[in-house]
Design a protein around this ligand. Structure first.
Ligand SMILES: N[C@@H](CCC(=O)N[C@@H](CS)C(=O)NCC(=O)O)C(=O)O
Length: 212
């Protein structure tokens, strides 16, 4: 058995955050596909693994099958276990936490819902989609400004804050953006791609027929 099992599916940028961390740290892991588009994450069986009914879930078999949900929590756990991409000082810890919380609320929080409405529910142009688009674009604008003067989000090296925040951003066409219009974000995403063992979502996560 692998050290870690990741409940995941390709179309989940939140799952990609965990998978990318596992890949970058060369952890021993295996994916278990969750049939999200047919409601698998809302079943009583899945809620036994995660009462929140959300993907990703990481099961750490080296810690007595400890099941962890919330990508930020998973990233912190893996940073502690591997000694990689985590904070090295209390000040870095605060900064990483600050950006992961912002990501979950404002960046991933809005980008993922906008993408879901636009790409998977075909609701482009409808009022709720336009509202989420406005919120998502504001978050991207803020991130663009932040990244103009730095190489990585929260420290002078890549950390779990970068891994969290890039979760949905390797699919720019899904949210109708071109990184040429956000050059600092584009350069940062390209910089992350040069990290040893970086891989795109399609290389790490399983998919099924339903998403099409
Ligand atoms: N803040 C959570 C968000 C997780 C999340 O929203 N996952 C989606 C898939 S990408 C999900 O499972 N949603 C189920 C639902 O909303 O019912 C995290 O970072 O893990």
């Amino acid at each position: 058995m692998a050290d870690y099992t990741l409940y995941c599916f390709l179309e989940s940028g939140n799952a990609y955050k965990a998978a990318l961390m596992l890949a970058l740290t060369q952890s021993d892991w295996e994916p278990v596909w969750v049939d999200f588009f047919n409601g698998a994450s809302r079943t009583p069986e899945f809620r036994k693994i995660n009462e929140m009914g959300e993907v990703p879930v990481l099961v750490d078999h080296t810690e007595g099958d400890l099941a962890l949900s919330q990508s930020g929590n998973i990233l912190y756990h893996l940073a502690g276990k591997t000694g990689q991409f985590g904070p090295q000082t209390a000040s870095e810890d605060r900064e990483i936490m600050r950006w992961i919380l912002w990501d979950n609320h404002k960046l991933t929080g809005y980008v993922s819902v906008y993408r879901f409405l636009r790409k998977f529910l075909n609701k482009d142009g409808q009022p709720e989609t336009e509202f989420m688009k406005g919120r998502a674009m504001s978050a991207l604008k803020l991130l663009e400004t932040h990244m103009k003067s730095r190489d990585f989000v929260a420290a002078e090296r890549a950390t779990i804050a970068d891994i969290s925040m890039c979760g949905y951003l390797y699919w720019p066409s899904h949210i109708g953006v071109d990184w040429a219009d956000y050059p600092a974000i584009g350069a940062w995403l390209a910089r992350l791609q040069t990290l040893e063992n970086w891989a795109p979502p399609e290389a790490l996560l399983p998919t099924g027929p339903a998403a099409a």
